[in-house]
Design a protein around this ligand. Sequence first.
Ligand SMILES: C[S@@+](CC[C@H](N)C(=O)[O-])C[C@H]1O[C@@H](n2cnc3c(N)ncnc32)[C@H](O)[C@@H]1O
Length: 283
Amino acid sequence: MWQGAVDRLDRVVADASRAYLQELRNCDVLMDPHAWTRELDRLSRGRPLDYGRPGLPLMYAIRYMPRRVISLLGALAEATSERVPRVLADIGSGTGATIVAMQLRYPTTRLELTGIDASAEMLAFARHTQSGLRHPAFFIEGTIESLIDDPQPIVSSEIVTFSAPFNRAFDQWAPLAEMFDDSAARLILAIEPESRASLLNAFERALRQHGWQTRRASSANLPAFMKAERALPALTRLWRQIGAPGAYQPQTWWEPPADEYLIAARSEGSANAGVSGTAGAYR
Ligand SMILES: C[S@@+](CC[C@H](N)C(=O)[O-])C[C@H]1O[C@@H](n2cnc3c(N)ncnc32)[C@H](O)[C@@H]1O
């Protein structure tokens, strides 16, 4: 069963990568995978990245997306109980890792998924992950800050996710937590590499002040089968075709760093409370 999910993940990312590459060619973008890789390497050195650079999303997806989807599958399993959260907004959705994780986790459920990101280029890649789906996710350009000003695009989402969208200087934690006060959100899931856990600490404090019950988990505790190295043949073929730029190759998992998960649920009795079953597990 797990191997089937890994195979689907491999195909989704590889097919989206090919379609995105074709889009770059159609727009006469200079094909320079080595330069895109050098830009991406800034991420592993903790430097800001230009997510709007054409080509960068391809390198991001090949390098990071399979691992992030697997981490998100673990986080969703940890965070969600018996009730399927059907309506989800993912903020800082990038190439679509959270959306793809939801579609792998609930393949037969009709989901309403929205991805929001500051980068039109990352969104362009993400849209290609939805080709051929009967109920594709919807992607819109926007920022965390614009949602704080006008949360309309997320007010009806039951679950709101943040998978590594925060830059280190982000300090709008109280307004961000307040943004959910009049929303349908009953579950918030935020994920960051453990080296950036201070971002989750700040978010957690703000959410607790707004009546959310929170707990933390880690990818360190994911089952061994999820973290075992599995082949990604479609992505590996594509990687070679574009000249195998960079010292890495497509991989399902590596550590360090582990990912930290912040899971927040509405307190029982709060205005929009809707969480069932999981609250007892929260501190
Ligand atoms: C490290 S990537 C994570 C992408 C995806 N969530 C994942 O887990 O693979 C960070 C993403 O956050 C987006 N981002 C950065 N700052 C943002 C902001 N203030 N508002 C919305 N998106 C932002 C970037 O454009 C980029 O796509």
